[in-house]
Design a protein around this ligand. Structure first.
Ligand code: CUA
Length: 176
């Protein structure tokens, strides 16, 4: 242990010992002496409770108004939806098309042929732009509108076996 660490713990233990001593010395006092204190503590607690309800109640309702599902759709922009079927295999991705148009919503329909994979789309700087899970027997819908043209990478985001790190493909986003 570092010298400073045991000095601090010695101070803390001393404080705790004083605390015990204080309680032991004052334990003789009668119950009634605490009644006013208890009463004001309960009053404070009630106020605190209603204060929290008043602050967090409206905050909760407000945040629920902005449910992510519709917001995600609203962000996807206008124009015909470009559908891309994406299937994960150990250890590759299969996309129904290799390019999409920028500024027009894309709907990825993501599934897996074997185990769970993570479908993650990254831009040229390897920043994640959108992701969903690729699950066997289920199709997840991921909507995204690419605002910038370029070559994007699709990487697997969930460990799925020995060649997980090799599980990648590309999708080109072309300017209209
Ligand atoms: Cu597929 Cu990791």
């Amino acid at each position: 242990m570092q010298p400073i660490a045991w000095q601090i713990s010695l101070v803390l233990m001393t404080l705790v010992a004083f605390g015990f001593a204080f309680v032991a010395i004052n334990s003789g006092r009668r119950q009634e002496d605490y009644a006013p204190l208890q009463k004001s503590a309960y009053r404070l607690r009630t106020r605190l409770f209603w204060g929290l309800v008043l602050v967090f109640g409206p905050a909760m309702i407000y945040t629920l108004l902005d449910l992510p599902y519709d917001a995600a759709r609203a962000r996807t922009g206008s124009g015909a939806v470009q559908v891309v079927d994406a299937t994960g295999y150990q250890w590759r991705w299969e996309l129904s098309r290799d390019h999409v148009a920028a500024g027009q919503p894309v709907e990825f329909r993501v599934t897996s042929a074997d185990v769970n994979h993570g479908f993650g789309i990254y831009d040229a700087n390897l920043h994640l732009v959108a992701q969903t899970q690729a699950m066997p027997g289920y199709t997840n819908t991921l909507r995204h509108t690419f605002t910038e043209a370029g070559t994007y990478k699709v990487l697997c985001m969930e460990y799925c076996g020995v060649a997980h790190h090799n599980m990648m493909t590309e999708i080109r986003v072309v300017a209209q």
